[in-house]
Write a protein that binds this ligand. Sequence first.
Ligand SMILES: Cc1ncc(COP(=O)(O)O)c(C=O)c1O
Length: 416
Amino acid sequence: MNIPITKTIFGEEEAAAIVKPLETGWVVQGPNVAKFQEMFAAFTGSKHAHATTSCTTALHLGLEAMGIGRGDKVIVPSFTYIASANAVEYTGAEVVFCDIDLRTFNIDETQLERLIVNDPAIKAIMPVNLFGLCANMPYIMELAQKHGLKVIEDSACGFDGWIGEKHSGTFGDVGCFSFHPRKSICTGEGGMLITDDDAIAAVVSQLKDHGASKSDLQRHKEKGGSLLPDFTMRGYNYRMTDMQGALGVCQMDKKESIMQGRRDVAAKYDEALRSVCVNDEDKQKLSDFLMPPFIPEGYKHGYQSYVCLFTGGEDVSELLDPHTTASLADLKSLVDKINLKRNLFMEKLEERNIATRQGTHAVHTLGYYKDKNGFADEDFLRSYAADRLSIALPLYAGMSDNEFEYVVSNIKEALK
Ligand SMILES: Cc1ncc(COP(=O)(O)O)c(C=O)c1O
């Protein structure tokens, strides 16, 4: 058996839809992109949705449309995909990293106010709704309002993640999504920016289209289409193609079955981790080695990934406790010790053709940001721990019972 980390859910509908733009000749952002945007705005409950080439470019546009630039600073969690931080740098602004809460893998909101009051150059916060779970957005919005800061949610992984009735990405001034194949719905590459702010939406629509004051679709619909529009901003080409738009429409049409499929597998993992014993003779459960995702009350997880904290059976309470009196050096050596076990565990699963991945990166440990800032691993210790101890298990809609049992029985074997 061969179990990938995830699978895209493409069928006959996508195959048929992607050909249509080739037949009509309308292959850059056109009617399919417009429909995808409409569907996305309706689903998330946002006023505007603008499709882009990726989440990274959506983040860049959002920051620029909010007026972030040279001389400004933006707070970004230190455990995220590198693109969150890179998008800030594209604008000329500087990244200020903030550590995470190891239970949720999201930004530790209790550290934000200290950062904000100490640095007047901080103009925005970029919480990341990692793996499909929202950060503590109500609190972050309260804090942002108190200090007059902008908020851009990196919801690359946030599709169908909610707090109560509010969708991920709708709390901040702007929310940005990814449709890369590792995400729940996929358009190849692709992104979406949502906002309720008319002024931000107008700037984004122009900036993503070279700064043109009128899109090609608008111009073709009107009389006098032979005259090109004015370009009143220095824009970018971040337009989604209409083939991707067509894929997006199909994926939105089947989002309920995709998401139900993903949630069913996640629920089965929850149950298996809590009930399956590692050895038949003792009482240790899989969850004593792999902590299942933690979901705060009132939150609905989108399960872009099912990411556990690998403890290897060790006591990690000091790591989880932000008020621990343990030294950073002791905590780091605990992380390094368990990291060896995690990597061995991942290798064993790989030998059995089961793909796993570390959740994402501690960005402060990656060459570019580490060298630039002279960071030490333990400067953001929880992010370092998340990088070294997280593990994403295979998750895709339609995983069969046989496949699931193969994964769980091999997890059990590999932990013995
Ligand atoms: C948290 C986060 N932000 C941003 C991105 C970038 O998304 P894209 O590949 O669509 O640019 C990703 C992609 O993996 C991500 O996980």
